[in-house]
Design a binder for this molecule. Structure first.
Ligand SMILES: Cc1cc2nc3c(=O)[nH]c(=O)nc-3n(C[C@H](O)[C@H](O)[C@H](O)COP(=O)(O)OP(=O)(O)OC[C@H]3O[C@@H](n4cnc5c(N)ncnc54)[C@H](O)[C@@H]3O)c2cc1C
Length: 382
């Protein structure tokens, strides 16, 4: 039975995305992992196929869909077997571009949103800084008015797509004295003088996605680079983070399901002490627990997406779904690697890659601890 988030039309999209991912992306998982980035053509190809703007209206090249379509893309890109691909695509179409659609001018939508949906421009999102990650209000990158626009100074770190992006949606402080009302967002072209990729970070997982540290040294942007309202950037980026968390956990849970299924199959075929290893009660019970928890996490994600689709702004549920989903995904990956034994530790099965990739869900876009902060505040304890 389909969850009410989905219709048969969503399932048609699922079939098309799955076909594309399995035939054109999955065969390269190992190679892109080694190379430290998947090639740029993936953005263009997915743009051509209409997979980068499923929730945006047709006038900008999108498909006019809903959260169900976005969840389908998030889940199916997990089949690439490379968490970095799904993450980079989600940054492009579910993190850096929704604020342009929601807060941008028509001109900004023409110049940044439409080409991103076509896969012609690559987008990145610059929130985190060397001295401020969880504490977004602690960022130090400044924007200062000049005669012709704004001058931006600061550093950003952990920026997905940052090495190759054409533009960055940047969070800045435009008025330190104004507290939370002193933040402003900008759309910054990465070829402007003073904009530099200072390094590409090496990392545990998500290795097929590039992660940059950026330096902005007096980057002069025109007045129309301001996205949304001056001073409203904090509230605007908090809105963005909700979608980021929802789509992030949807992809992670889908990735864990795939590893679960692969492990289940392995446990039926692999023998020890004259029996399939899956028949040992300890492993049977592990599978039962994992399936139960994964199903609960998946349904939680779907219910939350449906609530948003129906007009709620479900911040508490999103935080809970990300917290719970992340914990379940990490437990499942750990158990699956254990059940695979040495072959789980060996690169060739892809299990160790999935295990490494999956660790990020409990950190990126807001850590477990920050999710608990949001949830506990909603319960009236802080
Ligand atoms: C691969 C990767 C890709 C990323 N992509 C992007 C991107 O595209 N754009 C972007 O802007 N950012 C990106 N990030 C950054 C990511 O969102 C941050 O790493 C995350 O928000 C945590 O911030 P931090 O790393 O600075 O940790 P910190 O904020 O330094 O936290 C360190 C530890 O302290 C804990 N802690 C902090 N505050 C509290 C508290 N109040 N109570 C209890 N514990 C607390 C945290 O939970 C954590 O365990 C990415 C990160 C990675 C690793």
């Amino acid at each position: 039975m389909l969850h009410p988030l989905f219709t048969p039309e969503h399932e048609e999209l699922r079939t098309a995305v799955r076909q594309f991912v399995e035939s054109e992306l999955a065969p390269h998982a190992m190679e892109w992992e080694r190379e430290g980035a998947f090639p740029d053509w993936v953005f263009k190809r997915m743009g051509d196929l209409g997979f980068l703007g499923v929730r945006f209206p047709p006038e900008y090249g999108g498909q006019g869909g809903d959260w169900g379509h976005s969840i389908v893309i998030g889940e199916e890109t997990a089949r690439s077997g490379s968490g970095g691909v799904g993450m980079a695509i989600a940054v492009q179409s579910e993190m850096a571009t929704p604020p342009i659609f929601k807060f941008g001018t028509e001109d900004q939508k023409e110049r940044y949103l439409a080409p991103s949906i076509r896969g012609e421009k690559i987008a990145c999102l610059g929130i985190s800084e060397p001295n401020a990650g969880s504490d977004v209000a602690g960022i130090e990158t400044t924007s200062r008015r000049t005669s012709g626009g704004w001058a931006i100074n600061g550093r950003k770190i952990f920026i997905t797509n940052g090495v190759r992006a054409d533009f960055c949606l940047l969070v800045t402080r435009s008025d330190r004295a104004a507290g939370h009302e002193g933040f402003s967002l900008f759309l910054v072209d990465t070829d402007l003088p003073g904009f530099e990729v200072s390094r590409k970070l090496d990392k545990l997982g998500m290795r097929s996605s590039d992660t940059a540290e950026l330096v902005l040294d007096d980057v002069n942007v025109p007045a129309d680079a301001l996205l949304g309202e001056e001073g409203r950037g904090f509230i605007e980026i908090m809105w963005e983070l909700q979608g980021e968390r929802l789509i992030g956990v949807a992809g992670s849970v889908a990735g864990a399901w795939l590893v679960f299924e692969k492990t289940l199959q392995y446990a039926k075929e692999r023998h020890a002490f004259g029996r399939p290893i899956g028949s040992f009660q300890v492993n049977r019970h592990k599978f039962a627990t994992m399936a139960t928890e994964l199903e609960a996490a998946r349904q939680f994600v779907y219910d939350t997406a449906l609530a948003w689709e129906r007009g709620e702004y479900p911040v508490k549920q999103i935080s809970m779904a990300k917290l719970y989903g992340g914990l379940v995904v990490n437990r499942v990956m750990n158990e699956c690697l254990q059940i695979f034994g040495g072959m789980g530790y060996a690169t060739e099965t892809g299990i160790e890659r999935a295990w490494r990739d999956s660790r990020l869900i409990r950190i990126g876009g807001g850590t477990d601890e920050i999710m608990r902060e949001v949830i506990s505040k909603s319960l009236g304890v802080w």
